[in-house]
Design a protein around this ligand. Sequence first.
Ligand code: HEM
Length: 188
Amino acid sequence: MSELEEVDYGPLAGLIGVWQGDKGMDIAPEPDGTEENPYYETITFEAGGDLKNAEDQVVAGGRYHQVVKRKSNEFVFHDEVGYWMWDAREKTIMHSLAIPRAVCVLAGGTYNGEKDDEGNVILEVSASVNDKDWGIVQSPYMQKKAKTTDFKHKIVVGNGKLTYSETTMLDIYGKVFEHTDDNVLTRQ
Ligand code: HEM
């Protein structure tokens, strides 16, 4: 799927590939406190070309699949699919994701050449149930019992390495819980 001869993936170009990492740490809610789950994972990111919206907006990007396994028992305990997209004209990064808890997120952010000291690209997106542009859609059950209220995702990518940290704010078990995930992956 591509409308232009040369696709401009912008800051997303470095994501394309297969990534593996075994330094993951998940902090998840439990009725009586917190669960810590060390994990390993594979993220596969495929280049998807570009397309035009309303004959005007050019969006380039690709689809990813993230498969996360608990270190203690090798059980897949998180599976996520989505797209990362880049609008070069507006310098906007968009990240859609869906997880099989009936929660979907469309997060957004801007990219103006942010890099760390080693020249790695820094991508940052966020979404909130209260944001009119970048939102969260979830089932009636989740809205009532385990509501995702805010989402932030930061990726630093370059030189064969991808580091991410993700914060998902939950309203669960009658309290606000900061559900976090981070890992360091290398390109395969
Ligand atoms: C590497 C990424 C992630 C991992 C490993 C992970 C893992 C977990 C774990 C272990 C739980 C505790 C409940 C259980 O044991 O099943 C949990 C709960 C939850 N997660 Fe995640 N999660 C990740 C990312 C996300 C993201 C991106 C979202 C949504 C945007 C999300 C939404 C939720 C919600 C709503 C719950 C509460 C459901 C419940 O505990 O009943 N998670 N997650």
